[in-house]
Design a protein around this ligand. Structure first.
Ligand SMILES: NC(=O)c1ccc[n+]([C@@H]2O[C@H](COP(=O)([O-])OP(=O)(O)OC[C@H]3O[C@@H](n4cnc5c(N)ncnc54)[C@H](O)[C@@H]3O)[C@@H](O)[C@H]2O)c1
Length: 386
């Protein structure tokens, strides 16, 4: 760890020199394209990225992708649904130091101090939010405050410190029960099914408007389908401190004997086997898309706002997902049929052509990979994060 800290301080000194150079237009030109004057190859700049919700599930895997692509990560989290120990995992897997702050987005003073300490941020990746649909129905005010006020505080400092790029975690929940499948980015939104879903719709609307009026900033909203799986080594995965209600972690807990059986909600949907259809996207494919979205914004004029679907384009039924897990584990998972749950969308999967064409992004992992990596993590996680 102390060696990592040493590297970290060295890295800060190097990036301070880089900051100095960066303020000169000639260097900027060299960084972003072939340097015409010297004829040298382009230098890929090291970007300083503030990652909110960095110890959460998607934020932590994205931090690894950023660090492994040479960027500098400044992590922020209030640990309402994660542990500070996740930062040790990020450093261990990436082999790079990762700065971390405990702070709540609703607390403007703490947020302001972090921005003051890092005056030359290149980008913000905004993951920090509460994400439970059920909890949001019981405490809608908490969700508006955390997810919407938190976002407004963040963009206040983004504007003040002129941070040019922001990547926002949105969700396929903005589409609701879509009329056509697969959904494209222009598929019309339905009324939000929950206060959580509403906070994603509002977040996108605020950012689109903000980008148009604030002038010097650009933004990408990424609409995730069903993020799942873990880092391929099985040394990092979802480690929520609140109760998890997503299918894949529930399958893992049942496989590990922490639950006697898995409940399947509904067997009479108009799908090929009667169960819901979802689009499971491997967490490292998702993480990769964030770094690519950040690069993409770097090539476009300020004021750009874009939205991308991130899914595999493959609809998988709940039964097919369980069968994939059974193949990985070599044993049948105990299941019980239960009635339909209110608010469950029948089927949804993504058209990701836009991300493919504009970001050069394509999912690489299969459903079996998702299950194998999640299962490896399930077996390691109590030892690695407590
Ligand atoms: N996981 C999914 O299935 C999914 C799907 C679509 C969209 N999203 C969105 O992606 C983002 C990340 O999701 P995740 O699965 O990693 O969730 P997560 O709960 O694992 O991570 C979110 C992190 O943000 C932190 N946080 C929450 N409120 C905060 C606040 N006010 N200040 C500081 N930190 C705060 C939590 O402690 C947590 O570590 C969220 O915005 C979520 O709504 C997730």
């Amino acid at each position: 760890m102390s060696f990592l800290r040493f590297l970290h301080s060295l890295r800060f000194r190097i990036s301070a020199v880089y900051d100095l150079f960066r303020s000169q237009q000639s260097f900027k030109t060299c960084c972003h394209g072939f340097c015409k004057t010297s004829g040298t190859l382009p230098i890929k700049p090291i970007l300083k990225v503030l990652v909110t919700g960095a110890s959460g599930y998607i934020g932590s895997h994205t931090a690894i992708d950023l660090l492994q692509h040479g960027h500098e990560v400044i992590g922020l989290d209030n640990y309402v649904n994660s542990s500070p120990r996740v930062f040790d995992r990020i450093e261990k897997i990436s082999g790079k130091p990762c700065l971390s702050y405990q702070a709540d987005l609703r607390d403007k003073d703490s947020l302001g101090r972090i921005f003051d300490a890092h005056p030359r941020l290149d980008a913000i990746m905004h993951f920090a939010a509460l994400k439970s649909v059920d909890e949001s129905v019981v405490h809608p005010d908490l969700y508006y405050e955390n997810n919407v006020s938190g976002l407004i505080n963040l963009i206040h400092f983004q504007k003040k410190h002129r941070v040019p790029r922001l990547i926002f975690s949105s969700s396929c929940t903005v589409y609701g029960n879509a009329d056509q499948l697969p959904v494209t980015e222009s598929t019309p939104w339905k009324q939000a099914e929950s206060p959580y879903g509403l906070t994603k719709q509002l977040g996108e609307m605020i950012l689109q408007d903000f980008t148009r009026h604030a002038g010097s900033m650009s933004c990408v909203s990424l609409r995730y389908f069903n993020p799942a799986g873990a880092h391929p080594g099985g040394h990092l995965g979802e480690a929520a401190t609140k109760e998890v209600r997503n299918l894949i972690p529930l399958i893992m807990e049942t496989g590990a004997g922490k639950r006697p059986f898995l409940s399947i909600y509904g067997n009479d949907y108009p799908t090929r086997d009667g169960t819901n259809v979802r689009d499971f996207i491997h967490i490292m494919d998702l993480a990769r898309a964030h770094t690519l979205a950040m690069d993409y914004l770097g090539n476009l004029p300020a004021g750009t706002y874009e939205v991308f679907n991130l899914g595999t384009g493959r609809g998988v039924t709940i039964l097919e997902a369980i069968e994939a897990f059974n193949r990985v584990r070599g044993e049948k998972l105990p299941v019980k049929w239960a009635g339909r749950r209110p608010g469950d969308v029948v089927a949804i999967y993504a058209d990701y052509q836009k991300a493919k064409n504009l970001l050069g992004w394509q999912p690489a992992y299969t459903m079996e990979d998702i299950m194998a990596h999640a299962w490896a993590w399930e077996k390691n996680k109590s030892e690695l994060i407590s």
